[in-house]
Design a protein around this ligand. Structure first.
Ligand SMILES: [Zn+2]
Length: 322
């Protein structure tokens, strides 16, 4: 602990961080896998978490109150799907769908570990059956269909269960003429399920086409850190309105793969939300604290504007927002 941090510890926390210093410094923030695990464990069970961006120690109780946003630097720390659901919809209105759907290891896949073991381990760690929660709830009084991916479950990978749950959710939203909100957090398609995971991209895109184009219903996509691979290449970037959290990493292929393919360096921040916004790939960058308010305003406008029937009015409505 530096002298500056020691004084800050004494001033703000009465030296409590020092007492947890060993636990705090034992975890390397450079290893992505360990970092995610550490944040998950500590935000749920421990007293303290460390910000990945500025390194400050954060009291978990206050961190949760601040929607897992670092109070020192504003960095948006990875959060669980349940926390996101609580953040986005009105209290006590969440009704989950297809909660018991689980993946089958049809390919009998195994590398360093078997697919079955990975699934079981993620289920134990997160309490979820797969990498997404879908359901319905009220957003400032408006009924919405919502799906929230969870990066802590096998890196938020999109397999057959994720694809099927999203597809059923979209079909439900289309049937009920409800707005649809999908929050993305994913490393991409699930390698262990092979083509079965890749086909989810086309499956989801086709039902979205019915929802958005044929029925002219609203779909809002929310991109969080990280949104990559097959999720970016399908429903992540298909929203009528695409919103990202600040500095959300959004890409199809990673920086290293692009550099090796093109044989040239790409600039830092090339795949951050701010860069995508500057290049016209996003509509809004919204801090987590303001997200529900923004979604509420869009939903209210959507319910008032009759753009389900007239595309001309729809585009005018969106101009008012942006
Ligand atoms: Zn910070």
């Amino acid at each position: 602990m530096s002298v500056t941090n020691w004084f800050e510890d004494k001033r703000k926390f009465g030296g409590l961080i020092g007492a947890f210093l060993e636990e705090a410094t034992r975890v390397s923030v450079s290893a992505e896998k360990e970092r995610e695990k550490w944040i998950n464990v500590n935000t749920n069970k421990g007293l303290w978490a460390r910000c990945d961006n500025c390194g400050n120690m954060l009291y978990v109780k206050f961190l949760k109150q601040n929607k897992s946003v670092c109070e020192e630097c504003g960095y948006h720390i990875s959060t669980s799907s349940m926390e996101r659901i609580e953040l986005l919809i009105d209290r006590n209105t969440w009704i989950p769908m297809d909660e018991d759907m689980t993946a089958r290891d049809v390919l009998d896949f195994s590398d360093e570990d078997s697919h079955r073991n990975r699934i079981a381990g993620s289920q134990d760690k997160t309490g979820l059956t797969d990498a997404i929660q879908t359901g319905i709830g009220y957003l400032n009084g408006t009924l919405i269909a919502i799906g929230v991916m969870d990066f802590h479950f096998m890196g938020g990978s999109m397999g057959s269960v994720v694809g099927e749950k999203i597809t059923r959710l979209i079909e439900y939203a289309t049937d009920k003429s409800s707005p649809l909100v999908l929050t993305c957090a994913s490393g991409g398609a699930r390698t262990q399920e092979g083509t079965l995971s890749l086909m989810q991209m086309a499956k989801i895109s086709s039902v979205l086409q019915i929802h958005q184009v044929q029925r002219k219903l609203l779909y809002i996509s929310i991109l969080t850190y990280p949104t990559t691979g097959g999720v970016t290449a399908s429903f992540g970037m298909l929203g009528d309105i695409i919103i990202a959290e600040p500095k959300a990493y959004t890409a199809f292929a990673g920086k290293r793969v692009i550099e090796q393919t093109l044989r040239q360096k790409i600039p830092d921040g090339f795949q951050a939300a701010e860069s995508l916004f500057e290049n016209g790939l996003l509509d809004l960058i919204v801090p987590r604290n303001s997200l529900k308010g923004v979604l509420g305003e869009i939903s209210e406008l959507y319910s008032l504007a009759p753009y389900k029937k007239k595309d001309r009015i729809r585009s005018r409505s969106l101009c008012i927002i942006f």
